[in-house]
Write a protein that binds this ligand. Structure first.
Ligand code: 6PG
Length: 250
């Protein structure tokens, strides 16, 4: 818990997205070889769009062992899967529809069923896939961070942040939509957590979490798996307030 996150700073979103695609492709190959499976939880938002598009383009489309990949979501808005603000639709349009992944390996959150029903069904899907003891161990959770310090759909001050039992939690009346989110203990059980943050509006949160030890207890800063390292990939703008050498420039 005490280890600082690893931070890599990139000149722009494009170079950051390429590095993230390289990281995901390598991890997916390693995990497919080692344990025959790569289970990833995706986020929504604007930052991962370029990354997702890369995953369905050469060389990543060919180098990722799609037959071993299982895709889940860190969170979802309570809208139909065809809605422009659906996180499932974002992934479907940018890469899932263009790669050879089996429909059964795409574990979406059915936001259209409403937060309570969708969260219960997703919780059950997670237990059926990962087993019923302990928390699921994702091979990778991909997260973003909001300027208010939220991550996935864990917003500051929301009771969902304190969830200790359920794996997936309904979130009522968060900005614009009700939502469903993975609970913090699930994020903190992952093998790897990768945050992507771009833009000046993230600079304060990135600085507080990475250099100040998260004094405001932003949900994004509470993601600190005990047994693995959290990595942040940030663009120069999001890194604008970082002052020390903890961040490696790329
Ligand atoms: C969502 C998210 C959310 C997102 C952050 C960052 O569905 O909205 O999963 O937690 O990752 O809000 O969003 P941006 O990438 O748009 O800054």
């Amino acid at each position: 818990m005490s280890r600082r996150p690893k931070v890599r700073v990139f000149p722009d979103l494009t170079s950051m997205s390429l590095a993230a695609a390289d990281f995901i492709a390598r991890l997916a190959r390693e995990d497919a070889t080692l344990r025959g499976r790569f289970a990833v939880a995706l986020s929504g938002g604007s930052t991962p769009k370029q990354l997702y598009a890369l995953l369905s383009s050469p060389p990543y489309r060919e180098s990722i062992p799609w037959q071993n990949v299982h895709v889940f979501w860190a969170d979802e808005r309570c809208v139909p899967g065809s809605h422009p603000d659906s996180n499932y639709k974002l992934a479907l349009d940018t890469f899932l529809s263009a790669v050879p992944i089996a429909a059964a390996a795409v574990h979406r959150i059915r936001g259209e069923d409403g937060p309570d029903t969708a969260a219960r069904a997703y919780d059950e899907e997670l237990r059926a896939f990962f087993g019923r003891s302990g928390f699921p161990k994702f091979d990778l959770v991909l997260l973003g961070a909001g300027a208010d310090g939220h991550t996935a759909s864990l917003f500051p001050g929301s009771p969902a942040v304190g969830e200790e039992k359920r794996l997936a939690v309904p979130v009522h009346a968060s900005p614009r939509y009700n939502r469903v989110t993975l609970a913090l203990p699930v994020l903190n059980s992952a093998e790897h957590v990768l945050f992507l943050a771009a833009g000046l509006d993230k600079a304060g949160v990135v600085h507080d979490i990475i250099e100040q030890g998260n004094p405001k207890r932003y949900p994004a800063g509470l993601v600190r798996p005990a047994s693995s390292m959290v990595s942040w990939m940030v663009d120069r703008d999001a890194a604008a307030l970082l002052t020390d050498t903890a961040a490696e420039e790329y």
